[in-house]
Structures are given as C-alpha cells and as structure tokens.
Design a protein. Structure first.
Ligand code: KG4
Ligand code: ZN
Length: 333
C-alpha cells in the first residue's frame, strides 16, 4: 500500500527527512542532521559549506528509511525560499527518488511548511493569524478559510532570529544565537533601555538593523571600559526586550483590527519563551485560541514539509520533475 508522504528539507543548514502516514495522520519517522556546530565558528551559515554537508547528510538520512520506500506515494521537498546551494541538495535527491520509485514530486514552500508545523498530526484550523519568526523571515500573515495567505507585515532588513544571531556573533557566542541570547537574557536586566524600532511609526513593518547598531555601539563601549564580560546578560536582556517589544507593538496594532479567533506562532524563533509569554497575554485579551508548534518542530524540519506536501497531494498538485525549480525567494518575500 502506498500510504506515506516522504518529506525532504534542506533549505538552510538542517538536512532532514520525514515520513507522514496519510492513513493514520501521523509522523512515523523524522530525522535531522543539523550543521550548527560546523557553522558556529563562522558566526553564521557559510553557503558553500552548507551545500557540501547536505550532500553527505541527505543520502545518510535516506538510507535509514530504505525499508519504507515501497510505501511512499509521493515525495515532497522544499524548493523555496532558502539558500540556492542548500535547496539544490534536497531537490536533487527528491527528483532522483521520484524517478527511481516512479512517484510524483511535490515542491513545498518552506514558509507554508512552517505553518503546517502547527498541525503535524491534525487538520489545519484556518482561518487564523500567524506570526512567522525565523532566521530568514519575520512576518505577520492572515490565512483565509481556504488557506489563502496575505502578508500583513514583514521586515525591511534583518529578521527577528537573524538579529539574535548577529548579536551573538558580536558577543562571540557562536551560531545560532537565539537560544544562547535568550538564556543570557534570563539572567540579566534591561539596563540599557534600547530604543524600540519604529515605535511611533505607523508603518506596519519590522526593522532590526537599527537595534543591532545600538547593541554594537554598547558592546564597543563596554569593551572599551573592560566591562563586556560583566554586561553580557544585561546586553542580551536589553536587546531581547527591545526586539520582542518591536514584534509586539506591530502585532498588537494588527491584532486590534483582525481580532483573530485563532492565532499561531511558527519558525525557529517561536521557541523563544519570553516571546511566547507576551503573545499568550495578547491572545488572552482577545480570547483567541493560541497555537505553537512542539519545540522540536519549531526549527527547520522535514516533518512539516511532508505534512504540507500532503495537502498538495490530496489536491493532486504535483510538479513535473524537469519543471520543478529552486527559488531562493518566494512570492511572500
Ligand atoms: O526556522 P529556522 O530553524 O530557520 C529558518 O527558516 O530561518 O529558524 C532559525 C532561527 C535562527 O536565527 C535562530 O537563532 C532562531 O531561529 N532561534 C531563536 C530561538 N531559537 C532559535 N531566536 C530567538 N530565541 C530563541 N529561543
Ligand atoms: Zn525555517
């Protein structure tokens, strides 16, 4: 019986493979090889290194599911957006599997994948509002009953997660920076009171580059005074406080208009507990049902790609092998 959707993800620095059981609505296998350690010493993802590591990791992950391959009905793969050289790895393997197993291939948008991380083993609950916070994106989305996506706000420069990565890099704390900055912030206090970006600006967009500059100047001053070590937690706390206040400022304005009955938070940075707690307070005011992905599935993973691919599979939305292209940007960018 062909009852599985194989998901493949390689859009950035995680190689991942998953199997979604279409009959029992279950993720029956998920494995990921992360490249964080290899990129850490560079303070960010090095594309050429990412490509080489995917080439080694993806076949290794595929080997672990050989016994399931006869049951795979279709292969779903992230083909946009992402690093071109990373996307190529997953898409090439998906095309080879599609040809060898004589099964359809389905290109999946990575951002839509993140949305389905909320409903890995359930039916989707649209309409709803979404905050997408990852290393590549910061967006507020409105999803209609039929799943149509409208972008209500996005960033004009860095993303929320990226700004954590850049602050961590400035503090020599490695990559990725989200978790390490969040942990340091918990130990510190908001001593530096950084200006919240675009606070009195009506534009519904995000910008993190000015905040990053404030942090850079503060780090330089602390280093000059020989007090950087002593201020690590307070710098992290002040940065995180301003970054979250920026998200909440724009989100509250849009929420006041949309008054969503259901709201979801997705993307790697949705693991941030301080952000989660602020959003919980907001959702409570409006009585909205709030959805978060399980922590394990906030960051990039193939389970969400397999699940999102299943939606297209149900509708017979398949791609031609030769026509399926990779796309570093997508229509939501
Ligand atoms: O979704 P994801 O795995 O990759 C992209 O699609 O970009 O998100 C990774 C991003 C990184 O920038 C990482 O620093 C950030 O999510 N991140 C966090 C936290 N955990 C991960 N940012 C803030 N707080 C966290 N706890
Ligand atoms: Zn992602």
């Amino acid at each position: 019986m062909k009852d599985l959707i194989l998901g493949i993800e390689s859009s950035c620095d995680d190689s991942s493979v998953a199997l979604f059981d279409t009959v029992n609505f279950k993720i029956i296998h998920h494995e990921k090889i992360s490249q964080e350690l290899e990129h850490s010493k560079f303070g960010g993802v090095v594309p050429e290194l990412a490509a080489r590591l995917h080439t080694a990791a993806l076949p290794k992950l595929a080997e672990n599911i050989l016994e399931f391959l006869p049951r795979v009905a279709a292969v779903a793969v992230t083909n946009e957006p992402g690093l071109s050289v990373s996307l190529i790895g997953g898409v090439s393997m998906a095309k080879a599997l599609s040809l060898a197993l004589e099964i359809p291939i389905i290109g999946v948008n990575h951002l839509i994948g993140h949305i389905y991380s909320l409903f890995l083993e359930d039916a989707a609950q649209f309409p709803m509002g979404i905050l997408l916070v990852s290393g590549g994106h910061t967006m507020i989305l409105d999803i209609s009953n039929s799943g149509e996506i409208a972008v209500l706000a996005k960033t004009s420069d860095d993303s929320f997660g990226e700004s954590f990565d850049k602050v961590a890099k400035m503090l020599n704390l490695g990559y990725p920076g989200g978790k390490v900055i969040e942990n340091l912030a918990r130990e510190g206090e908001d001593k530096f009171h950084f200006t919240v970006p675009l606070l009195h600006d009506k534009r519904l967009e995000f910008s993190f580059s000015g905040l990053k500059n404030q942090v850079r100047l503060t780090i330089a001053k602390c280093a000059e005074d020989g007090k950087l070590e002593a201020n690590l937690s307070d710098i992290s706390c002040s940065f995180q406080t301003a970054a979250i206040a920026h998200i909440m400022d724009k989100l509250k304005r849009i929420y006041a208009e949309k008054k969503w009955a259901k709201f979801g938070v997705v993307g790697g940075a949705s693991a941030n507990l301080a952000l989660r707690s602020e959003i919980q307070n907001l959702a409570q005011i409006y009585g909205s049902a709030l959805y978060f992905a399980p922590l394990e599935y906030c960051s990039d993973n193939a389970a969400m790609i397999a699940r999102a691919g299943f939606e297209k599979y149900k509708n017979g939305e398949f791609d031609e092998i030769s026509a399926l292209k990779i796309n570093p940007k997508c229509k939501f960018d």
